[in-house]
Each structure stands twice: as C-alpha cells, then as structure tokens.
Ligand binder design. Structure first.
Ligand code: TXA
Ligand code: MG
Length: 347
C-alpha cells in the first residue's frame, strides 16, 4: 500500500491545512487508517464504528487484539453517544482538562465496534488538544479509535518520521504536523470506581487531578508488576530497547563507575542523561534527554532518545533516574517498562 503524506507547515492556520485534512478525512470515512499528530504522541486513527477499519489498526501495528483502544472525539456531545453513567467528577475533569492529555474510562453504551473496547463493558475516551487532531475528527464527523502510531513493541512516535519508519506501506496516510508537545501518552483514569484509579500515568498528573476532585488511587499493577493489571495494555512490555537498559538511582559518580566497569570488560555502553549532566559522563554514546530542571522537556524527548539508542551500537544503556512526581511519574513509568524494571540503587 502506498502511504500518502501530508505536510502541514503551520498547525495554527486551519485554512491552510484544511485541504490536506479533508483528503485524510475522506480516507478515514472510506474505512482506511491514517496517522495524525496529537499533543501527546502520533495516533493511528480509524473510524471507531467500523470493525473492518479498526481491525486494520491491529494488523498494521501487530497489536494484540485484547488491548482496547482510546476513542478520540472533538465535541463534548459525542461523549454521551458512547458512554453512559458518567459521574459528576468526570465532568469536572472534562471541564478542567479537555481538550488535553486525560483519557477517561467510562461505562460503554455500545455504538462503537467491539474491537475498540476488546469486548470490555467500558470505553476509554479523550479529546486531544491539537488543532490537526480536532479538525480531522470534526471533518470526518466520526469518533476515531487511535492507539499510538508505532509498531507494537516500539517507542511511541513523537514525529511523523517515527511513524514513517514504523508504518510506511502499512497505512493509508500520515498527516505530518511536526513534533508533538507532551511526548508521553495521556493519563488513563478509570472513572467506573467510586474513587477513580489511574491506570496509566501520563500528560495530566495525579497532583493536577487531585486538585480538582480530591483523592485518586493508583492501580496496584503500576507499583507491583506481578499484580494483575486492570488496563489490558499494561501487561505488555511496550518497548524494550535492543540493548538492555538499566536505571541507576543514585549519583552521577556511581553511574559513571558502573559505565567504567562495563567498558573495562569491553562492552560498548550508552548513558541516558540530561542537558545539565551530559558533559559529566564518559561513555561510548551519551544522549541528553531534555533538562532536569524542567521534566516536561524530558517527557517530550524520551521516546525520541530511546529510538536513537537503537540506532547506535551500544550493548548496554544506563539511565539516570527522575523524581516520580508530577510528569516524572509518567517518565519513570515508561523508563521502568523499557528497563524491564531493572533498577540499580546506590548503597
Ligand atoms: O496519548 C494517548 O493516549 C495516545 C494518543 C494517540 O491519543 N494514545 C494511546 O493509545 O496511547 P494506546 O492504544 O497506545 O494506549 C491506550 C491505553 C492502553 O493502555 C489500553 O489498555 C488502555 O488505554 N485502555 C483502552 N481502553 C480501555 C478500557 N476500556 N479499560 C481500561 N483501559 C483501557
Ligand atoms: Mg501505545
């Protein structure tokens, strides 16, 4: 299949990108799958009401079919077409965070393909905060099921090039709107419990949610990888770099010491660090990922840096650790998954 690419130069100028969006929307209405930027990562969209279209997402990505998809909407009234029994606190969150990187898991009403919900009685919905995503959903007039637009097992794409590298020839098109902003996926919040539960930390932090609705819980599977996950997606190793990744919780000196030991054994070693610390390390490859003083910049570049390591010849990667507060919770969640939960703590 030929993958069509639409390059949008100015994402703020709707009149300029409208012709491109309308072509992409036409393909989506015809049951094809198209990748588009959101404020978190690129999504791979399909008409959520069309089972054949949704099936194309799973086959293009190589995604296990028991892992449900998020439904993306552009208008609030679309929500009540798919979800029911929506609690008041969910509306408070919508008021504060939509459009934005918060996905709500609600009781499903039907009206969308069972392939989207993977047969669950619940549906995950979000309104992305990106002019292209919103325009595309509106132009289609359809809810779009959209997982991240990567091959299963690869880091989520934060540029159209990442999508192209993974999915060229497997999907109908890519709308290139440049780099996404947040860099990690949306926060997934289960709103079907009396006290809502964070199933996946992401762009909206626990602290921000609690400021609006009070105490929320964190799914036990996020802390303890042996517990049964509530969100089907959490049981999969989302991404493992080609070479083992190990998180070092400790000083820079300790991390450098670990690097030196491995290099003495003839290993090629990489270090994942920050702009502030990059000149401290001596290793075969040292890649900075944002600035430690602003963890949002780390989130924005994490997946790109992980992809970059896969293009180098390092045999082992040590990563600095980050405080797991605010956006740091999402960063550490993704890093730990990529590391298969290997953490070295300095004694
Ligand atoms: O930021 C994002 O959320 C991006 C962009 C493209 O919007 N999308 C994304 O989709 O990350 P995906 O498919 O890679 O992740 C969806 C997550 C999975 O962990 C899945 O298990 C969970 O949401 N999920 C979807 N429906 C669910 C449901 N009904 N109950 C519990 N978890 C659900
Ligand atoms: Mg994903």
């Amino acid at each position: 299949m030929e993958t069509k690419i639409w390059i949008v130069d100015n994402i703020e100028d709707k009149s300029q990108f409208y012709p491109q969006i309308s072509q992409a929307a036409q393909l989506l209405r015809a049951g094809e799958i198209v990748a588009f930027p959101t404020e978190t990562v690129y999504g791979l969209g399909a008409n959520a009401t069309n089972t054949a279209a949704v099936e194309k997402i799973f086959s293009a990505k190589g995604r296990p079919s028991d892992n449900p998809l998020i439904v993306h909407i552009a208008q609030l009234q679309q929500l009540e077409e798919f979800a029911t029994d929506i609690p008041t606190f969910a509306y408070q969150l919508i008021e504060r965070f939509w459009p934005g990187p918060l996905t709500l898991v609600l009781k499903a009403k039907g009206n969308i393909s069972e392939k989207v919900t993977a047969g669950l009685p619940t549906v995950a919905v979000r309104m992305p905060n990106h002019p292209i995503a919103l325009a595309l959903i509106s132009e289609c007039g359809l809810p779009l099921a959209a997982p991240s637009a990567n091959l299963s097992g690869r880091p989520s794409p934060t540029t159209a090039k990442h999508v192209y590298d993974d999915l060229n020839g497997r999907i109908a098109g890519i709308v290139d709107g440049g780099e996404t902003g947040v860099g990690v996926e949306s926060t997934v919040l289960d709103c079907t419990e009396e006290i809502p539960v964070i199933l996946r930390p992401g762009g909206v932090t626990k602290e921000e949610i609690e400021q609006v609705i009070g105490k929320v819980r964190i799914d036990v599977a996020l802390e303890d990888k042996t517990a049964a996950p509530k969100s089907p997606g959490m049981k999969y190793t989302h991404y493992a770099p080609k070479s083992p990744l190990i998180i070092v919780a400790g000083s820079r000196t300790h991390l450098q010491h670990l690097v030196d030991e491995q290099r003495k054994r003839g290993m090629k070693v990489g270090v994942l660090t920050t702009e502030e610390n990059q000149h401290f390390y001596q290793a075969d490859v040292v890649l900075p990922c944002g600035r430690r003083e602003d963890l949002h910049t780390v989130a924005a570049h994490l997946y790109e840096v992980l992809r970059h390591f896969d293009e180098t010849d390092v045999e082992l990667i040590y990563s600095e650790s980050f405080p797991a507060e605010g956006i740091g919770a999402a960063i550490m969640n993704r890093l730990k998954k990529a590391a298969g939960y290997q953490v070295i703590r300095e004694k």
